[in-house]
Design a protein around this ligand. Structure first.
Ligand code: C5P
Length: 218
């Protein structure tokens, strides 16, 4: 428990991935992209043609998820699925399996195992509320739906993935609703979280704010 944790939670495309990754790099901490674990689980289910509401089967797959992470790349059973898991339909599938309590439970130990070395920056929906309640710093990043949709649009475009703004806003609102209304680990700020609205901020400014807060508690 000497390994300090910073949690960065927030809705889809709030910028938490970019911010968390840069903060981790700056501090020399490990980085956990917990959303990737839900995406990998969803991809495994789809590959195995398991229905996305088959809680028992998906939880069983999540418990032995053959994934590893290396230099920003994500592997599932040794196959590089970095781009595949970022696809919008995998995000939507991930949010569907993420409502299943046994699937969430099955991913707990894997998430805890990232807590090694000097420290950990963990990003997701329930990092500060459920997985790392003893984090030294909890941040909740938000941004307007418009700001988030246009960021996601840019990201996808840069990767050469076709995207449509109208569909993105629709997916985003649908995904927010599902993440916020589920009974197990809903998306909400921890009572002791700092809330940061990044709608009018650059990633650099958001990173600096998190580092400033960390300097106060470290
Ligand atoms: O953050 P990302 O968009 O990659 O997450 C994909 C989906 O996984 C989210 O919409 C959410 O439903 C789920 N998720 C979750 N808890 C986390 C991280 C992600 O429920 N800690």
């Amino acid at each position: 428990k000497n390994c300090k944790v910073i949690t960065i939670d927030g809705p889809t495309a709030s910028g938490k991935g970019t911010v968390a990754h840069r903060v981790a790099k700056h501090l020399g901490f490990q980085y956990l992209d917990s959303g990737a674990l839900y995406r990998l689980t969803a991809l495994s289910a789809i590959n195995a043609q398991v229905a996305l509401d088959d809680e028992l089967s998906i939880a069983a797959m999540a418990r032995v998820l053959p994934c590893h992470f290396n230099h920003g790349h994500v592997y599932l059973a040794d196959k590089d699925v970095t781009d595949e898991v970022r696809a919008e339909q995998i995000g939507v599938a991930a949010s569907r399996i993420a409502v299943l309590p046994q699937v969430r439970q099955a991913l707990v130990d894997l998430q805890l195992s990232f807590r090694t070395g000097n420290g950990l920056v963990a990003d997701g929906r329930d990092m500060g509320t459920v997985i790392f309640p003893d984090a030294v710093l909890k941040v909740f990043l938000t941004a307007s739906a418009e700001a988030r949709a246009s960021r996601r649009y840019k990201q996808l475009k840069e990767k050469g993935i076709a995207a449509n703004m109208e569909d993105l806003v629709k997916d985003l609102i649908e995904r927010d609703a599902r993440d916020s209304s589920r009974t197990t680990a809903p998306l909400k700020p921890a009572p002791d979280a700092y809330v940061l609205d990044t709608s009018a901020m650059t990633a650099e400014q958001a990173v600096q704010q998190v580092l400033d807060w960390y300097a106060q508690v470290a």
